[in-house]
Design a protein around this ligand. Structure first.
Ligand code: AP5
Ligand code: MG
Ligand code: ZN
Length: 223
């Protein structure tokens, strides 16, 4: 399965991509996570990415496209992937198609998770992430077993540096400005699947899977 997950900040891309990756046995490729890891490691890529991410802006296309190119060349992506947060500009979408065409492959679906802006703020204000493994929690809907501690690895939970009101506002503006053309791009191709992102995590997951199965281009596909 080759899927792209689109949606505003906090729409649930990472949460649903993790579940879909388990369901379809594919790697979950999140450009945001790759950048955050690079920032934590203090690499050159991390320093460059941080300059943009901390302001809520996009990392330049040339850097992001090259990174994804390398990542999807890795053997674990050979039979599929769940791309979370990429593409985010029309140029990135065109490049992704070109990369896949060169391998005589195509995307199965681009899934758009739709969510009201008020709920976006509620989700992001209450999100906590593991400082070590990146696992994501929510104080109301997905709390850790022990407050402030990651269930997976026992490290401390933190708020993401870009989860402050000012940066969230900018991320939403950028989403409408630069990522909206990506939605029309996939709509024109007939591959956009719009999913209501409201409801609990499991409910949204089931909604996505049942939509994929009923409208599947290739039945019983997995990777
Ligand atoms: P990225 O990390 O992709 O951030 P984002 O797009 O702003 O999205 P988020 O990760 O904030 O939200 P999400 O949709 O994953 O929601 P989540 O599942 O966590 O990118 C960060 C930055 O990196 C960008 O701003 C940009 O600078 C740069 N970047 C990344 N990709 C790039 C690209 N392609 N080009 C250029 N720059 C790029 O859910 C949110 C919260 O809600 C969590 O707490 C979760 O537990 C909870 N939750 C989820 N679903 C539900 C539910 N159904 N009910 C209740 N709670 C829920
Ligand atoms: Mg995310
Ligand atoms: Zn952890």
């Amino acid at each position: 399965m080759r899927l792209v997950i689109l949606g505003a900040p906090g729409a649930g891309k990472g949460t649903q991509a993790t579940l879909l990756a388990e369901f379809y046995h594919c790697p979950h490729v999140s450009t945001g996570e790759i950048f955050r890891r690079a920032i934590a490691e203090g690499t050159e890529l991390g320093r460059e990415a941080d300059r943009h991410i901390s302001k809520g802006r996009l990392v330049p296309d040339d850097i992001t496209i090259e990174l994804v190119k390398q990542r999807i060349e890795e053997p674990d992506c050979e039979h599929g992937f769940i791309l979370d947060g990429f593409p985010r500009t029309r140029s990135q979408a065109i490049m992704l198609d070109q990369m896949l065409e060169e391998k005589h492959l195509g995307l199965d679906r681009a899934i758009l998770l739709e969510l009201e802006e008020e709920e976006i703020y509620h989700r992001l204000a209450n999100r906590r992430v593991c400082s070590n493994c990146g696992a994501t929690y929510h104080l109301d809907s997905l709390p850790p077993k022990v407050p402030g501690i990651c269930d997976v690895c026992g490290s401390s939970l933190i708020q993401r540096a870009d989860d402050n009101v000012e940066t969230i506002k900018e991320r939403i503006v950028i989403y409408h400005e630069l990522t909206a053309p990506v939605l029309s791009y996939y709509e024109e191709q007939g591959s956009l699947l719009v999913i209501n992102g409201e409801g609990d995590i499991d409910e949204v997951h089931k909604r996505i899977v049942s939509n994929l199965e009923t409208r599947s281009l290739r039945a019983n596909d997995s990777c």
